[in-house]
Write a protein that binds this ligand. Structure first.
Ligand code: GLY
Ligand code: MN
Length: 461
């Protein structure tokens, strides 16, 4: 955990941003996998972790804005729990570790809330993403599921997003350490990506590396020769010489901060000429974003400029044609780059997406497009210094999408479908780094992970 002072300061900041009432921040509970006692790895709620720090189930945080009081809610362990889980600190000891002095049992909290409800006090909470917490809130507040949805506090949601978006020095250090773990994961994957090795073996080894340095992976490992499937969690193939391997994987720290890195490498260690051509376009796109990212510019502009790099590179190869600005304006390049350039990174790999993607990535200066491809841009507004964003352009040859667009005669003025036929077995390429926004630009976090053709061939050879 960070020092108690850090959690106290975070809560103090939150308290000053909400006008009145009570703020409830539920932590997560254990989640059963196949029966109650056999659970998934416990993952604390990120907002609870940010303000209350304790990485244990069955707790809630309560902030009474009107009385300027903060409570940790939970029950002391009973002898049955101690027999199975060992002696644990008391609730007051846990509270002290994060700068709190007040503790309420679950029963006392229920009474406290009934009292607040009868006095018609405002009660703030964010949208629950786990059914158990939705049920808990409904039960505590004696409201229906519809009422729960309609009483989500936008005031609280916006305050949390604004606080969690700007990463402090100690948070940046956590993320950067996890990028360094991703360095070990990715360079290990590169060294063993040889003909005959299974995807599963590499995925298992790199997941083990993440587990041995922290909480494990920050999201299920994406590792596949079929890299044209954007989030391919299937690890069923045996690597074949001549194919590309996309590995999108990051680590989660003990304090729950994430890294998110993608590299694409040729099985066996040597890119062929065609792979090199496409790879270098994606690399130029990734570098363009590093060059452009700054608090002075909307991320939307960076995304669109990256689209121009991709369209222009594909036009040089004869796969696209026409005016580059027109291509990007029409969204024709989304056949090859059908997702957004990146997302915010922090305690969640897609940071705070549970609080609403638009609440994080959009504001009154920029609204989400409905255009295919651009609609997936998760973050579009101007970032502030201290934001951490991913930079993850890609080029994919998705046979089903190529066939669909071709049958619809879509963008025939911009896409050379005849030439594309030969690329339907290509797969995909994505390159992803984690960038910290600084006062006048950005910094790539972590120890540099091999990225150019020469660096990748060097480490694999
Ligand atoms: N690396 C997974 C994602 O960005 O969605
Ligand atoms: Mn990502």
């Amino acid at each position: 955990m960070f020092s108690a002072q850090i959690y106290s300061n975070r809560r103090k900041n939150l308290l000053s941003m909400v006008a009145k009432g009570l703020i409830i921040i539920p932590g997560n509970n254990e989640s059963p996998s196949n029966y109650k006692g056999n659970t998934y790895r416990f993952r604390q709620d990120s907002t609870f972790s940010y303000f209350f720090g304790i990485d244990e189930p069955n707790l809630l945080g309560l902030i009474d804005v009107d009385e300027n009081r903060q409570y940790l809610i939970g029950d002391n362990l009973e002898i049955e729990d101690i027999i199975w889980m060992g002696l644990q600190p008391s609730m007051s000891e846990k509270a002290t570790s994060v700068g709190l002095t007040m503790v309420l049992s679950h029963n006392d909290f229920k009474t406290f809330l009934s009292n607040a409800i009868s006095k018609k006090r405002s009660i703030h909470f964010t949208s629950p993403y786990r059914a158990e917490n939705a049920a808990l809130l409904q039960n505590l507040l004696t409201i229906s599921a519809q009422e729960l949805d309609s009483t989500i506090s936008m005031e609280l949601t916006k305050a949390i997003v604004s606080l969690r978006s700007v990463k402090s020095t100690e948070e940046i250090s956590e993320i950067e350490q996890m990028v360094d773990v991703a360095w070990i994961m990715h360079t290990t994957a590169m060294k063993i990506a040889r003909q005959g090795t299974t995807e599963r073996k590499i995925a298992g080894i790199i997941e083990g590396i993440a587990l041995s340095h922290g909480k494990g992976v920050s999201f299920p490992v994406i590792l596949s020769m079929n890299g044209e499937t954007l989030h391919n969690h299937n690890h069923g193939n045996i690597l074949q010489h001549g194919r590309l391997l996309v590995t999108d994987a990051g680590a989660e720290s003990e304090l729950l901060y994430a890294s998110d890195i993608t590299r694409t490498v040729p099985v066996g260690g040597k890119f062929d000429a065609r792979q090199k051509d496409i790879y270098n376009i994606v690399l130029q796109a990734n570098l363009k974003a590093i060059d452009m990212l700054s608090p002075k510019r909307q991320y939307l502009d960076v995304h669109l400029e990256v689209g121009r790099v991709i369209a222009s590179g594909l036009a040089d190869l004869g796969l696209m044609k026409g005016n580059i600005d027109d291509i990007v304006h029409a969204g024709a390049h989304a056949l090859f780059f059908p997702h957004g350039l990146g997302h915010m990174l922090g305690l969640d790999v897609h940071d705070m997406e549970n609080l609403g993607e638009d609440n994080v990535g959009y504001d009154n200066t920029v609204s989400r497009s409905s255009q295919f491809g651009l609609a997936y841009l998760r973050f579009a507004r101007k970032p502030l210094p201290g934001y951490v964003l991913t930079d993850e352009p890609g080029i994919y040859f998705i046979p089903a999408l190529i066939d669909l667009w071709r049958s619809e005669k879509k963008f025939t003025e911009f896409i050379n479908y005849d030439k594309l036929e030969a690329y339907k077995n290509f797969g995909g390429i994505r390159i992803e780094d984690d960038l910290l926004v600084t006062a006048d630009g950005c910094r790539v976090l972590g120890k540099p992970i091999p990225k150019t053709v020469e660096e990748i061939e060097g480490i694999m050879g």
